[in-house]
Design a protein around this ligand. Structure first.
Ligand code: HEM
Length: 310
């Protein structure tokens, strides 16, 4: 490539670019004459973005709830953006791997440390009113959250702890899907029947999840890590970044979420039930859920104490 410091070399580079796709450089240059100068609001699409907050109630704190969830979905999207690049790189270098993990951890760290926007940032009285209008929707139905999980680890680590021994890499995806740890929250803990919450979720995303599970079976973050040369797998910086990501997603975020949920559900102002109908106190705690993306990177003792003392 030419050194693009003067007009001639820029024109030459443009000729080269457009010749390659059999386009006329003059036409593209003339087009520039009429193009609108870009503005911040067109580029960031602020009008579209700021029109996505529609309350269903008259309670002002519902706005905090909607916007914070949208912030979460944007950060989930940023996380998936990095994971997809990492997992689709044929032979990532150790430094690229570490950098991508640091990026996604930063996003989850931000979500973890900001959870008090939910815990402390809404009036309990208002929340307990507008939550009824939102029933039976739940953050449980966040598809991106599930995609992050599928892309992070081997499927076996997402299987309900009680069924792990019955499932291996030859199990059909549809069968494994029915035994994912989160199926437990989609069942009425008294009757064992699938709730509307999960039925609607599966109807909308079930097929996409099965396709994604298959795609990431051999290229999820853990598989990519195992495909690194020995030196990469033993690199202390990378191992630290892997452990940090695992801990943030599966313990600190989960506890931030649990403590916020607990404050409202146990406020004494409702029936103590979650909107999605799960046995939430058991379901949401890491020590019961035992969702660990990279179990081989933790010692026996750390695994045994997973989610204790937090
Ligand atoms: C006051 C705020 C919140 C409360 C009270 C709350 C409550 C709950 C409860 C009780 C569950 C268990 C399933 C159910 O029965 O519904 C759940 C699941 C979930 N929520 Fe929230 N939540 C809150 C905020 C959020 C936010 C901001 C997000 C971000 C998107 C979120 C994402 C999730 C996810 C991903 C799950 C599934 C977790 C899993 O399967 O382990 N929640 N939530």
């Amino acid at each position: 490539m030419n050194n693009l410091t003067d007009t001639n070399s820029i024109l030459e580079a443009l000729e080269e670019k457009f010749d390659a796709i059999k386009q006329k450089t003059e036409t593209h240059l003339e087009g520039l004459l009429w193009s609108k100068p870009i503005t911040y609001w067109d580029y960031i699409q602020t009008d579209a973005l700021l029109n996505l907050q529609t309350q269903r109630t008259v309670l002002p704190d519902e706005m905090v709830f909607i916007m914070y969830h949208q912030v979460n979905e944007l950060l989930f999207k940023m996380t998936l953006w990095e994971i997809e690049q990492l997992c689709h790189t044929e032979k990532p270098s150790t430094s690229f791997f570490t950098e991508k993990l640091r990026r996604i951890s930063r996003y989850f760290d931000m979500l973890t440390t900001s959870f008090d926007i939910m815990g402390d940032g809404m009036e309990v009285e208002q929340y307990m009113k507008f939550r009824n209008t939102l029933t039976p929707a739940s953050g449980f139905q966040s598809a991106q959250y599930r995609l992050i999980e599928f892309a992070s680890t081997d499927l076996i680590n997402l299987i309900d702890y009680r069924f792990r021994a019955t499932i291996d890499r030859n199990t059909p995806y549809s069968h494994a899907f029915e035994h994912l740890y989160w199926q437990a929250a989609g069942k009425d803990h008294q009757t064992g029947e699938k709730s509307y919450l999960i039925q609607a979720f599966e109807k909308k995303y079930g097929q996409e999840f099965l396709r994604f599970m298959e795609e990431y079976n051999t290229i999820n973050i853990w598989q990519k890590f195992k495909q690194l040369p020995d030196s990469g797998q033993k690199n202390p910086e990378l191992v630290k970044a892997m452990r940090h990501y695992d801990y943030t997603v599966n313990i600190t975020w989960v506890m931030g979420h649990f403590n916020a949920a607990k404050k409202y559900i146990e406020s004494g102002q409702g029936n103590g039930e979650a909107t999605g109908g799960s046995d939430w106190k058991k379901y949401m705690l890491p020590k019961y859920q035992r969702r660990i993306f990279f179990p081989e990177l933790w010692s026996e003792e750390e695994l045994q104490n997973w989610g204790e003392n937090v």
